[in-house]
Design a protein around this ligand. Structure first.
Ligand SMILES: Nc1ncnc2c1ncn2[C@@H]1O[C@H](COP(=O)(O)OP(=O)(O)O)[C@@H](O)[C@H]1O
Ligand SMILES: [Mg+2]
Length: 346
């Protein structure tokens, strides 16, 4: 009997692929998803969804695609490290637009005709760029120029940028300010709280057929500690935890299974989290070595001067290895308007 049969599941509940049928809308995921719908329905032009790796950005865009694929023309660009020219060609290709001649003028004319035709047919045209933080500045500028296609009444093109938080910084640069000011809808994805993790895990189990698996309440805190609420890491630890419970033939998943999984996860599966821990580890080793050197040096100096003076000025040696307060998640944001008006906590 394999793992799925043992638990009465139809499929692996914690796959790492961004499967929209598993979408669990936490407050900020719902805001982001609704924002995209709103932006397209109201022809808002530019829209931005951003968040740390693994927080569900690609999942949100898949949910959007599922909802809109029969009602809109969508160009999905997943590899945005393209020159301005390549980007335009990729968009035309995605939308099946063919131009009558060679060269940019012809391409733009074909694109404009296409936009007008779709506007007449009341079909929105949407360009979605995933991992938009990787777009070269010139390509982002090209995108802004494309967004100029409009009639007196409405924008002909809706553009959704999805990216990691550095996209926000990038858009603050002088040469991209114009684009930044056009982003009318923004939403940030945050890691899940402990309560949301409970809902998330249950939701995925139910979608996978739930079966007869039982979860000990105490595992949630451990999963939270491991994952910091990042859905991708929740999937990683949950998947290993189920496997460890299965190997023991248990129907109830207990903290011991989570700990076992944590001990056996390593390297690539931990991605950013692993990197953070490694950096923290080396920082503490270097800190300790530095402290030790100071201490030895200090004692050598004291012992040399012991004969010369009485030892009444011993300053305490203290080195703090404490890191800053980590990534506490600010509340979900759904701000409409210029980025300058938004809180800096974002
Ligand atoms: N709201 C959510 N509901 C269900 N699964 C989610 C959600 N957010 C993230 N996930 C899962 O977490 C993993 C990483 O999500 P993904 O969308 O690829 O993140 P990102 O694009 O931000 O790196 C995927 O397995 C995805 O299914
Ligand atoms: Mg992604």
């Amino acid at each position: 009997m394999n793992f799925l049969e043992f638990y009465g599941l139809k499929e692996d509940p914690f796959k790492l692929s961004p499967d929209p049928s598993y979408f669990y809308p936490t407050a900020c995921h719902r805001v982001a998803s609704d924002s995209l719908d709103y932006a397209v329905e109201h022809k808002e032009g530019f829209c931005l969804v951003y968040g740390e790796p693994g927080t569900g950005k690609t999942t949100i865009l898949k949910v959007f695609m599922d909802k809109w694929k029969d009602r809109a023309e969508i160009a999905l660009i997943l590899t945005p490290r393209l020159s301005a020219e390549e980007f335009l060609m990729a968009v035309l290709d995605e939308l099946n637009v063919t131009s009558q001649g060679e060269g940019k003028v012809h391409h733009l004319k074909a694109f404009r005709d296409f936009l007008l035709e779709k506007s007449g047919a009341r079909r929105p045209v949407v360009i979605i760029v995933d991992e938009a933080q990787n777009m070269p500045d010139e390509t982002l500028e090209e995108l802004r120029l494309l967004s100029n296609f409009e009639t007196e009444k409405e924008k002909l093109l809706q553009i959704i940028l999805i990216g990691q938080p550095e996209i926000e910084q990038k858009l603050k640069k002088d040469n991209l300010k114009q684009l930044d000011q056009r982003i009318m809808v923004r939403a940030r994805l945050h890691p899940l709280s402990e309560d949301e993790i409970v809902g998330y895990i249950n939701h995925r189990l139910i979608m996978a057929g739930k079966g007869h698996l039982r979860l000990d309440d105490r595992i949630v805190n451990l999963v939270f500690k491991f994952s910091q609420g990042i859905p991708r890491l929740i999937n990683v630890i949950a998947s290993r935890t189920l496997m460890s419970a299965y190997l023991e033939g248990h129907n109830t998943v207990t903290p011991r299974h989570v700990k076992y999984a944590m001990d056996h996860l390593e390297g690539s599966e931990l991605e950013g989290r692993g990197r953070t821990r490694t950096v923290a580890f080396y920082a503490s080793v270097i800190g300790a070595a530095f402290a030790l050197t100071l201490l030895i040096g200090y004692q050598l100096m004291s012992s040399k001067s012991d004969g010369a003076r009485s030892d009444n000025g011993n300053a305490p040696l203290s080195i703090s290895a404490e890191a800053g307060p980590g990534d506490t998640a600010p509340p979900p944001v759904h701000a409409k308007g210029k980025s300058k008006n938004r809180s800096s906590a974002d």
